[in-house]
Design a protein around this ligand. Sequence first.
Ligand SMILES: C[S@@+](CC[C@H](N)C(=O)[O-])C[C@H]1O[C@@H](n2cnc3c(N)ncnc32)[C@H](O)[C@@H]1O
Length: 205
Amino acid sequence: MHNSYKEHWENVFTTKAEDEVSWFQPYPKTSMEFVDLFNLPLNANIIDIGGGDSHFVDALLDKGYKNIYVLDISSTAIERAKQRLGSRASKVNWIVSDITEFEPPVQFDFWHDRAAFHFLTSEEKIYKYVSIAEDAIKKIGYLILGTFSENGPTKCSGLEIRQYSEVSMSSRFEVVFERIKCIREDHTTPWKAVQNFLFCSFKKN
Ligand SMILES: C[S@@+](CC[C@H](N)C(=O)[O-])C[C@H]1O[C@@H](n2cnc3c(N)ncnc32)[C@H](O)[C@@H]1O
């Protein structure tokens, strides 16, 4: 992706407070329900793709998870998350990278992505993401993806996104993964707009 794409995100996290972005949620309830469902051991390798300054990492630390990775294209977002966590930040592995250029340092038991994958709109980038995830997730590992659904917005943060249905998302991942379940969720933005998300979970097959 060219530089202006990264700049877009650095600018977002430099100019907007956490509750001035549409995707803000004080507690990532749905994501944590998936963590609980999979019953992951506390030493599981967990990565949040496009984690930004989401509170998912806080919730994982609160539960006692020890091997957490947060990846984001924006170094500003990562800095903000670190600031918020204070001394707890040193317990987390922070990675500034474009997901389509990510070289995973370990394999993961659990790969989480809320509203990052849907920004990939070209076949080439989508293909890269899927193949990186296929290799980076352990033989018995889980993937959870949240994107806007076909009933959701067509843009996010002013950028075109790709909407997914249960069928279109599954067809991207079902070569190597088996679908566990999909749910729809209405996310309410800080200014009370409603955005329909699709979350699907997959298990490596
Ligand atoms: C809509 S926000 C969602 C943030 C977070 N997942 C959450 O739920 O609060 C999208 C995030 O993905 C990051 N992002 C977008 N494209 C990316 C890419 N190609 N590689 C890595 N991160 C990316 C952005 O910087 C931003 O933090």
